[in-house]
Write a protein that binds this ligand. Structure first.
Ligand SMILES: *[C@@H]1O[C@H](CO)[C@@H](O)[C@H](O)[C@H]1NC(C)=O
Ligand SMILES: *[C@@H]1O[C@H](CO)[C@@H](O)[C@H](O)[C@H]1NC(C)=O
Length: 332
């Protein structure tokens, strides 16, 4: 028996984090792609730490005082575009975000965030190196405008929800039929790092993706980007059901992303690292899975009510909700 427990001790870790973050803010800010610009080009939903601002720098883990995420040492920010419904009369209404079934009840909107090993199948077969303070990256681009390019963005997908737990099939663009329970957007980031740059001019070339789809097995990191970082992914569930009786008569997809994209080819997401100290590295070196990582084993955590209390000031004074004549920032 002894050799067996030693073998377990020597085995690499298998940590996988999956946690909820409630909505921190919905406004036109983008400190990564358009730092300092108030307002930025289009509306985002943002979750995470309260150091979120039009411009962000330094070690966010040392600056934050609250977070909308489950783990209280995670002051990172995670954001994506938001979804609007376009009525045949030309007006827009923001699609509300709903909670993931897999999470504790009571989380206000937001998204589900994953930090996994290379993939679920090869858990623990290599060292995962946590991001460093100042690290940031994006995936996808609002300027992507073809289906073939969207298919090439293997980590960026839409799921037509029959129930809140539907996960397949994953589509490269918006579902074209009514989805019974809503639409889920999925954003997987690349996880191989060049080992040098915390960011790059396009916010992407310091990273390299080896995953093929969803959480499927990822190939080894190339020599240009040799360091395996956590596989970060977001899931956001959009409640399209209030619009079921307002679909256009011709059956065409009435949903658009906040930059006016009704195909979904330009779906994208942003990440700014902000875990305090070595907390993320400790988590990735442990062998906890999902909610078992909470309550100090090894990560400090909080309740949905505490998560929902964290917020930031809205710097852009404009409505993003209710019936709008145009998408904020898209007057054309
Ligand atoms: C956000 O940034 C502005 C300058 O752009 C600054 O005046 C403000 O204090 C910052 N807010 C917080 C909460 O740090
Ligand atoms: C479009 O329809 C919605 C829903 O009935 C309504 O609230 C909105 O005011 C309408 N917009 C215009 C411009 O008529």
């Amino acid at each position: 028996m002894k050799w067996y427990s030693l073998a377990l001790l020597a085995a690499p870790s298998q940590a996988a984090l999956r946690f909820g973050c409630s909505t921190l803010s919905i406004q036109r800010l983008d400190p990564l792609v358009e730092p300092g610009r108030i307002p930025s080009a289009h509306v985002h939903q943002i979750v995470g730490g309260n150091t979120f601002n039009a411009t962000m720098s330094g070690d966010l883990g040392e600056q934050g005082t609250c977070t909308t995420c489950t783990f209280t040492e995670d002051f990172s920010n995670y954001w994506t575009a938001v979804m609007y419904f376009k009525h045949t009369n030309g007006s827009y209404k923001r699609v509300q975000i709903m909670e993931n079934d897999a999470l504790p009840a009571g989380i206000n909107g937001g998204m589900t965030v994953y930090y996994t090993q290379q993939d679920f199948n090869s858990n623990g077969n290599q060292k995962i190196t946590a991001f460093k303070p100042g690290f940031r990256m994006t995936v996808g681009s609002p300027t992507t405008d073809s289906l073939s390019a969207a298919k090439g963005h293997v980590g960026l997908r839409f799921v037509c929800l029959d129930t809140k737990s539907t996960r397949f099939p994953e589509l490269p663009d918006f579902p074209t039929k009514k989805c019974k329970r809503g639409i889920m957007t999925v954003h997987h980031f690349p996880s191989c790092w060049d080992g040098k740059n915390l960011d790059s001019p396009d916010h992407q070339s310091h990273m390299y993706n080896t995953a093929k789809e969803a959480f499927s097995p990822a190939g080894p990191c190339p020599s240009s980007h040799p360091i395996r970082m956590p596989q970060v992914a977001y899931e956001t569930l959009w409640d399209t059901t209030p619009f079921d009786n307002m679909w256009p008569a011709d059956g065409s997809n009435p949903f658009v992303l906040s930059f006016g994209d009704n195909k979904g080819y330009g779906t994208h997401a942003d990440y700014v690292f902000g875990w305090k100290g070595d907390s993320l590295q400790r988590a990735m070196d442990s062998s906890c899975m999902f909610q078992a990582c909470e309550n100090g084993k090894p990560l400090k955590s909080q309740t949905p009510a505490q998560m929902n209390k964290c917020s930031v000031k809205t710097l852009v004074n404009e409505p993003t909700d209710g019936w709008l004549k145009e998408l904020p920032g898209m007057n054309m």
